[in-house]
Design a protein around this ligand. Structure first.
Ligand code: PLP
Length: 502
């Protein structure tokens, strides 16, 4: 029995009521303030006579919130295979470290002499990330992946301005994450989309046709969002550099390459990381993240200010503000220090060999699912079904739609009834009825089997009892909202971004 079923068992017909509805006058838990609080030193007109708060015993409060959490689903409940999101289990010890007073009670304006430990952690994390990515310097400031991309585009602009060149265009493949074109447009560039070939890689000829002396940057994800490695990466990079363009690597999901290859070695000039995907911070729920950006030597001077420096002679870490070519600040102070600390702890915990092992397990898990689903009716690979994937695999549920009218969305909804979180669906838009599956390295074979079996049983059900799939979910706290009519097809299409070349 899953959590929400337990919750319903307590009250069959009704969801958990609001805590205000449960309030009973006079009920109270134990008071933490046995003595009356002193008259507060506040203006009279701002004081309230009475505050209408729910009145419940302590046990009722605990049960109320426990039931609410049981209606939810998270990585601590089971597999969370959202493609391009890297929803993996992160060691709880990192949370303990980030919660330590020494970390959580720092003020970013404290004198450098009082925060040497924090500065040293930032300095060393920068070194780790530079080593992992093959870059020369890293800014830890951006608070999210998209902000990191935006920063890379601002650096691109500053770079060409410093050379007196006017370049207006950024190239992204049609398999790119949606934040890429958005970041480029926000930084004032126009975006040209290049198509993928039948192998799910960037079409090299179309790519060469679309780049010119007006191209400022190329934004690439590798492995791309189909989970496929761009095996022509060397030619792509060379073609871009031949026209003087910069190459930006979207490193949000580094689980596919950690310790195996590096964006810097592939020839990229800039990369962003999502510490809240790959490096130890839970992702989702809108919590704090970090999207550091690494660059090659010639772009270092444009990085946001300050960077952390180290004065070896005096063994002193300091904030280097004297950076006249910097694009300025992209985020207040130094970014989300707690997330940076968790990434530092995570990297130390796993060590170099552990990071490699994580990547190998992430890729193995994705391929295990790919192989099992290839043998399952109803799901198919649209691109290069012969080659192994990297950290994720994108299946199409089109056969189910054609035969039984069951869409990817219906499959996703029915998965919830199996107590499994749905994969990403309808992304990337180049796969019809897409189910984008990223199991990550932290799932056991049993959990992968549970997920695969759920997908198998849904495909069988689609033929024997399609209504059941179409009306799912029925075992969650609530069923479908008013979304039934909406978005059977992806709302966002690349046409919104693409611009015809004159
Ligand atoms: C998640 C993701 C992003 C955006 O990261 P946010 O932290 O959500 O802004 C960019 N690119 C790819 C490939 C991603 O998976």
């Amino acid at each position: 029995m899953t959590g929400y079923q337990q919750a319903r068992w307590i009250d069959e017909d009704k969801l958990e009521p609001l805590i205000f509805e449960k309030s009973q006058e006079g009920e109270a838990g134990s008071s933490p303030y046995p003595e009356p609080i002193e008259e507060p030193d506040l203006p009279k007109e701002l004081l309230r006579e009475k505050l209408s708060l729910p009145e419940l015993s302590e046990s009722e409060v605990v049960r109320h919130f426990t039931r609410l959490t049981q209606m939810n689903y998270g990585i601590d409940s089971g597999i969370y295979p959202l493609g391009s999101c890297t929803m993996k289990y992160n060691p709880k010890i990192s949370e303990d470290l980030a919660a330590l007073e020494e970390a959580s009670c720092l003020h970013p304006s404290q004198p450098e002499g009082t925060v040497q430990g924090a500065l040293e952690i930032m300095y060393r994390l920068e070194e780790f990330l530079a080593e992992i990515s093959g870059m020369d310097r890293v800014s830890l400031q951006p608070a999210a992946g998209a902000q990191g991309e935006f920063l890379a585009m601002l650096i691109t602009r500053a770079y060409f301005e410093s050379r007196g060149e006017e370049r207006s265009e950024v190239i992204v493949p049609d398999s790119a994450h949606g934040t890429n074109p958005a970041s480029a447009v926000m930084a004032g560039f126009s975006v040209t989309v290049v198509p993928s070939n039948e192998r799910g890689r960037v079409d090299l000829d179309a790519f060469k046709d679309s780049i010119s002396s007006d191209t400022a940057a190329i934004m690439l994800t590798n492995p791309n969002t189909l989970g496929l490695f761009e095996d022509q990466i060397v030619e792509l990079v060379k073609a871009a550099h031949d026209v003087g363009a910069l190459l930006f690597y979207d490193g949000a999901n580094l689980n596919g390459i950690l310790g195996k290859t590096r964006p810097g070695d592939m020839g990229f000039d800039m990369v962003h990381f999502n510490l809240h995907k790959t490096f130890g911070t839970p992702h989702g729920g809108g919590g704090p993240g970090a999207g550091p950006v690494g660059v090659k030597k010639e772009l270092e001077k444009f990085l946001p200010t300050p960077l952390v420096g180290y004065d070896e002679e005096n063994d002193f870490y300091y904030l280097d503000h004297a950076r006249p070519d910097s694009i300025g600040k992209i985020q207040s102070f130094h970014g989300n220090f707690g997330v940076l600390l968790k990434a530092y702890a995570y990297i130390l915990l796993l060590g170099a060999s552990g990071l490699v092992e994580a990547t190998e397990a992430a890729v193995l898990n994705a391929n295990f699912i790919q192989q099992k689903l290839l043998k399952t009716n109803g799901y198919e690979l649209k691109y290069d079904s012969d080659s192994p994937c990297k950290h994720e695999t994108v299946f199409s549920a089109e056969p189910l739609k054609k035969e039984f009218g069951v869409t990817a969305k219906d499959v996703a909804k029915r998965l919830l009834d199996h107590g499994v979180h749905a994969p990403t669906y309808y992304f990337p838009p180049i796969v019809p009825e897409s189910l984008m599956i990223e199991p990550t390295e932290t799932e056991s074979k049993e959990e992968l089997d549970r997920f695969i079996n759920a997908l198998k049983s849904i495909s069988e059900e689609a033929s024997s009892n399609p209504e059941k799939v179409l009306s799912a979910p029925t075992r969650t706290a609530i069923g479908r909202l008013d979304e039934v009519k909406a978005s059977r097809e992806p709302i966002l299409t690349w046409k919104m971004y693409s611009r015809k070349r004159e």
